[in-house]
Write a protein of this length. Structure first.
Length: 86
C-alpha cells in the first residue's frame, strides 16, 4: 500500500513538472520569436510564466496596458489591482 501511495505522489510530481515545463517552453518560444536575449529575455519569461499562473494578474496587466501605464505606475496599479481581486 505504501508503494502505491509513493508511486502516486511521484506521478503527481512528474505531471506537475511537465505542465510547468510546457508553460516555460511556450514562453521560451515566444521570447525566441521576439528575438529577446539576456536580461530582456529573462524578464519576459518571468512575466510570461507569472501571467499564466494568475488570471487576475493577466487581467490587471491588460487594464494597465489599456490605461497606457508604464514603469512604477504600472507595477503599482497591477499590484493594487491583484490585491483587490482577491
Amino acid at each position: 500500500m505504501r508503494h502505491l501511495i509513493a508511486l502516486a505522489a511521484i506521478l503527481a510530481a512528474v505531471l506537475t513538472a511537465n505542465a510547468a515545463f510546457a508553460a516555460d517552453a511556450s514562453c521560451e518560444a515566444q521570447a525566441a520569436e521576439k528575438k529577446l536575449a539576456g536580461a530582456a529575455k529573462n524578464s519576459f519569461i518571468k512575466k510570461c510564466n507569472g501571467a499564466s499562473a494568475s488570471p487576475a494578474q493577466a487581467s490587471c496587466e491588460a487594464k494597465a496596458t489599456d490605461k497606457k501605464l508604464a514603469g512604477a505606475a504600472k507595477n503599482s496599479f497591477v499590484k493594487k489591482c491583484v490585491a483587490d481581486a482577491k
